[in-house]
Design a protein around this ligand. Structure first.
Ligand SMILES: Nc1nc2c(ncn2[C@@H]2O[C@H](COP(=O)(O)OP(=O)(O)OP(=O)(O)O)[C@@H](O)[C@H]2O)c(=O)[nH]1
Ligand SMILES: [Mg+2]
Length: 464
């Protein structure tokens, strides 16, 4: 299994529905895998699904479903025995019993969900099988051997998208670390070492040691990348510290919820907006427009998704620090997606994972323009504290801006500062950190009435 796929290839989705998963959840998860595939540039030509107690230990699904898959992809639909052969050469290989997973009593197939496709002509065959589950390296290899296609699990698809969308050095390093960590345990199975050429003197032992060598190289490379990443992170953490006096808002939410669209609308910046998953990987920080005093900084960052690989979250930790340190989290959901409550929960979980749990949150039901009146009324009852808006409506943009401004106003107090003429630097600082309500001069110095958060005023007083 590899984490890359050739562009514009055809793909088949493979999903197993466990007994505790509802039809709705199963369908939306598979649809999401289809969207991930599309984002990767793959064309989804079909799907094979099965209800099972758990994944078949052999090749994920039962023998009948393997045959269905093979109709899309070519291949025998049978897991051959013997040592792994290069793909497309396996038809001559000795085959084992077609009931390859019959030893799995608990795998009883409850019901077949998808109809068998007619065999697809060779020119239109799918070359990729996408699975909505994490599979073991041997399950992936068996599937590959039965279908003659490349097998990617959800994690591999997400990693490939991240790899393609990463722009900055920081994002590239983060993705590369996650990718190498993903590959490490799979080395033995994918033949990443020289073991396939082995078999002579030393045989398997020699093969294993070359894998060990590869693993060590991988580990060394990860360590090297981490060092480079840490130095970049030190810089961005310094930059963030410099902003402590400013008000910060982080836009967070599921991928495609509309974070970058709101970033554009609120700040006038030209960040990328796309109907793709994980369009944004880098954090952007811009001032709320029209500017307020003090300035409010808005940050747009990577979106979340169900089963986001843990390594990826860990790698993007520093990027997500922007969310962790924000004064206010604006949590956006796509209200037009029926699955949004589950997406909201996923976002909450990732926020917990990165320890961004302290800042107050404002829940925004975005894309409300795509929601009918009846559903809107229902949403208003179910989510009374949420703000139902659309980025397409200028009045709504003004509304969210106002909510953000009001949030910071609420914590502000008004006080008078007398700044001696010897400390005029503080007057300048007050103008950038506070709203200056009035300013006059007398024999004591500059008399300022300022509105700001108490800690900001305290800091100014300390400088007097
Ligand atoms: N109809 C409608 N479409 C919207 C709205 N907000 C965003 N969109 C669309 O939703 C898609 C995704 O928007 P983005 O702003 O890129 O979403 P994102 O949350 O930044 O996504 P990632 O960066 O991939 O995590 C785009 O096609 C937007 O035009 C809205 O209020 N109404
Ligand atoms: Mg975005």
């Amino acid at each position: 299994m590899t984490a890359t796929a050739p562009p514009r290839s055809r793909a088949v989705l493979l999903g197993v529905q466990f007994p505790n998963v509802s039809d709705g959840d199963f369908e939306s998860s598979l649809a999401e895998l289809g969207r991930l595939a599309k984002t990767l540039g793959l064309e989804v030509v079909g799907r094979v699904t099965q209800r099972r107690g758990r994944l078949a230990t052999g090749a994920v699904v039962g023998s009948g479903k393997l045959q269905d898959l093979a109709k899309f992809t070519g291949g025998t639909g049978i897991v051959p025995t013997g040592p792994p052969q290069p793909r497309r050469k396996e038809r001559e290989a000795k085959v084992e019993s077609r009931d390859d997973d019959d030893d799995d009593a608990s795998d009883a197939e409850v019901e077949e969900v998808a109809a068998s496709p007619d065999a697809v002509p060779p020119a239109e065959r799918a070359t990729v099988v996408l699975i909505d589950h994490d599979v073991t390296p041997s399950q992936a290899r068996n599937l590959e051997r039965a279908t003659d296609a490349e097998v990617l699990d959800r994690t591999a698809v997400i990693l490939a998208i991240f790899q393609r969308h990463a722009r900055s050095r920081e994002a590239r390093l983060q993705v590369e670390i996650a990718r190498l960590n993903y590959m490490a345990p799979r080395l033995r199975e994918t033949g990443g070492g020289k073991d396939r050429q082995g078999g002579g003197i030393g045989g398997r032992g020699a093969g294993e040691s070359s894998i060990e060598l590869d693993r060590r190289k991988l580990r060394d490379r990860v360590a090297e990348l981490r060092t480079e990443l840490e130095s970049i992170e030190r810089d961005s953490s310094t930059r963030r510290k410099r902003r402590v006096q400013q008000h910060t808002v982080a836009l967070v939410g599921y991928t495609n919820a509309g974070k970058s669209s709101w970033m554009r609308a609120l700040t006038g910046s030209g960040v990328l907006v796309q109907d793709k998953l994980f369009a944004t990987l880098d954090t952007t920080v811009r001032a709320l427009q029209p500017e307020t005093v003090p300035r409010v900084l808005i940050s747009d960052t990577v979106g979340f998704i169900k089963k986001l690989p843990h390594d990826l979250v860990a790698s993007f930790r520093s990027t997500l620090d922007e969310a962790r340190d924000a004064d206010l989290l604006v949590h956006l959901v796509d209200a037009s997606d029926a699955a949004f409550p589950a997406q909201l929960e996923v976002t909450r979980e990732v926020l917990r994972e990165i320890e961004a749990t302290e800042a107050p949150r404002l829940l925004v039901l975005n894309k409300i323009d795509k929601v009918d009146a009846e559903t809107r009324a229902q949403l208003a009852l179910e989510w009374p504290d949420a703000v139902p808006i659309s980025v397409k409506d200028p009045a709504d943009v003004a509304t969210l801006r106002q909510r953000i401004v009001a949030f910071f106003e609420r914590d502000m107090v008004e006080e008078e500062l007398v700044v001696p003429y010897t400390k005029q630097r503080v007057v300048g600082e007050a103008h950038s950190a506070c709203r200056v309500v009035s300013e006059s001069h007398d024999e004591h110095g500059t008399r300022l009435r300022v509105r700001a958060r108490p800690e900001v005023i305290a800091k100014l007083r300390a400088g007097l």
